[in-house]
Ligand binder design. Structure first.
Ligand SMILES: [Zn+2]
Length: 167
């Protein structure tokens, strides 16, 4: 994680638009880039050993997008990125100085993660302890397809016990 990369500079946005002339594809690309940077930031804060790895950030970005019902956008972005060999070549050239070179291998991996029904479940043990209590309560009342209810209930029980101990 390089400090300051969360806010993608205007130059990056311009390059994304050049690489994805279709406005919707450019918007999906920007959204994915933002989640990717957010993934680096959160994993760094949580002291994840692979916080600076691009593949890990891509996987966690995809996980968050699925959790926030943006999985279709992650998938369509990866497809657009993968399907157009010529656009991909342009992209690789445009981002040659950037550690985030958009390769077809990265696109293929994102497509696989987005289609993996077990993806979010795999990340739950890391994510649940960092969720706000209100979100945990909502997940208990209205579990999502990816919710590991047992884990969420355990976390709530731990927090309640923690609170009880302070009195
Ligand atoms: Zn990165």
């Amino acid at each position: 994680m390089r400090a300051g990369t969360l806010i993608r500079c205007a130059d990056d946005v311009r390059r994304l638009h050049a690489a994805f002339p279709d406005g919707r594809q450019a918007a999906d690309a920007l959204l994915f880039a933002m989640y990717h940077e957010m993934a680096h930031l959160l994993l760094t804060q949580w002291r994840h050993p692979q916080a600076d790895q691009e593949a890990t950030a891509d996987e966690f970005a995809t996980t968050m997008m699925v959790m926030f019902e943006l999985g279709a956008k992650a998938r369509s972005h990866a497809e657009a990125w993968d399907a157009k060999g010529t656009v991909t070549d342009q992209l690789v050239e445009a981002f040659a100085q950037d550690p985030h070179v958009l390769t077809r291998a990265r696109a293929a991996a994102v497509q696989q993660w987005a289609a993996d029904a077990a993806l979010v479940a795999r990340w739950q043990p890391l994510v649940v302890p960092h969720m706000q209590t209100a979100l945990l309560e909502r997940l208990i009342q209205e579990p999502q397809s990816w919710t590991n209810l047992e884990l969420v209930q355990q976390e709530m029980a731990t927090r309640k016990r923690g609170k009880a101990l302070t009195f």
